[in-house]
Design a protein around this ligand. Sequence first.
Ligand SMILES: Cc1cc2nc3c(=O)[nH]c(=O)nc-3n(C[C@H](O)[C@H](O)[C@H](O)COP(=O)(O)OP(=O)(O)OC[C@H]3O[C@@H](n4cnc5c(N)ncnc54)[C@H](O)[C@@H]3O)c2cc1C
Ligand code: SF4
Length: 536
Amino acid sequence: MADSEMRAQAAGGTVDAGGTVDAVIAGTGAGGAPLLARLARAGLKVVALEAGKRWDPANDFATDERAQAKLFWNDERLSAGADPTPFGNNNSGIGVGGSTLHYTAYTPRAQPDDLCLHTQFGAGCDWPLAYEDLEPYYDELEAFLGVSGPSPYPWGPPRRTSYPLAPLPLNGAAQLMQRACAKMGLRTSPAANAALSAPYHQPGVGWRRACTNRGFCQAGCSTGAKASMDVTFIPLALAHGAEVRAECFVTQIELDKQGRVSGVVYTRDGHEERQRCRTLFLCAGAVETPRLLLLNGLANSSGQVGRNFMAHTGVQVWGRFEEDVRPYKGIPGALISEDTHRPQKAGPAWGDADFAGGYLLQSIGVMPVTYASQTARGRGLWGEALKAHMRGYNHTAGINILGDCLPSPDNFLELSDEKDARGLPKPRVHFTAGENEKKMTAHADALMRAIWAEAGGQDLWSFPRSAHTIGTCRMGRDARTAVVDPDGRSFDVPNLYISDNSTFPSALSANPALTIMALSLRTSDRFLERAQRGED
Ligand SMILES: Cc1cc2nc3c(=O)[nH]c(=O)nc-3n(C[C@H](O)[C@H](O)[C@H](O)COP(=O)(O)OP(=O)(O)OC[C@H]3O[C@@H](n4cnc5c(N)ncnc54)[C@H](O)[C@@H]3O)c2cc1C
Ligand code: SF4
């Protein structure tokens, strides 16, 4: 550190951290890490600033849910609306790798009609992109991450590539669901999971070990078999010369006189530092990205920053079975059915699907503390009653859905009057499930109960829930109604890009991470092409 910088720090001022870099990437999750690696590979000087720590999974990750709560974003977020979004262990992640540190690694692709819900149903919002824009990136990602899945995959358009690895073994819940669905005429398939069914050599990273069926994916994978960003794109980015600064929380975005981003200010060890940059990529997720923009009064001429917050419709149905299920074992999301992708076409056999869009069915494994806490909330069991219920844990199996959610102006994020420990306004997220989500939940609930009844399940119970944080900085073609263009570039600030879950115009009936990564690679390619053409 230069003398002037040391004096600035001693005086409590903002220290300049080195010179101007080509790009700063704020956040290292599914949206930030692929882009970081891509830009570094192109020879750019890139710095990632990440609020959380850098972990060493083999040494730092315990098979202990409580200890692993360190992977959750635990700064308070306020929830409002009729169906307040839970945060903490459900919808968050912090650390180098972001939410992928504790995601379940289900990686289905979106289907082409997911991207044109409005055209199909007159509801929701079309994407400004087509499936063909994402397809090459899906192909590339599945090969790079080492996704385990079936070939052929029964749903969606014909694929140009097979999954690189065979599916992972079916756990107890998946086997029960498979048998029951077969009797009911519902097609199922082993799911696509970004976890290795065999050792895998990943270009630029090296050999990764196969999944040991430990079942603790949501508490962090200690073997590195799960393709979280910290064991895939982050090492690739580092190998290409990127710098990752952990425990650096971005608070300010600075502009020059032309209204372009000139740098960011972040806190590290209680001090403020500044990193100057030519381009800023905000990849802080669908809560912190709009929060940062609102805090800085930026990129919001459309008034859409924070708007259209969405959460996947995700009701679960649980049952008790005679068979030994052992729900803590094996990859949690082992079996899938996309026969309910457009249940309107199935006719009355599966009930009246009088809603727009559709959903996936997924078998679920669950860790014991997670199951106990949601049973306490969902069934109101406590004390002896909860203990008695938990004695049957090893005979418990669940199914859930991952369903679309329509954007609504009534669901939004705002800055509250309450301040966090840094003195910044806490975000408040308003969410109320609409009629479409309610109808979808009722349809799925009836179908999942029928599946579990067919499998011999007793004591069935439903846990209505939503999952994931989506929207709040939507992409589009019109600067009046969207925050970023289809390349992720802000309409208002030309050298500001967004790459994370916030840019989704609609929620999709597929788990989001693979599509976030695909958009991340696409945004970096579009950015590099512009730079090559010498465009601003
Ligand atoms: C328990 C769980 C299970 C899930 N399972 C699946 C699944 O099976 N399949 C699937 O597709 N998706 C799943 N998801 C969702 C998926 O993980 C997320 O949708 C995805 O990771 C979001 O990517 P992102 O880049 O938008 O945000 P994140 O991955 O959350 O990354 C944002 C990063 O930005 C950092 N950050 C935030 N603010 C700042 C700041 N001011 N300064 C610096 N850094 C900052 C955060 O610490 C974080 O690392 C799951 C999520 C959870 C929580
Ligand atoms: S089940 Fe496999 S991917 Fe999940 S935590 Fe265990 S080893 Fe990792």
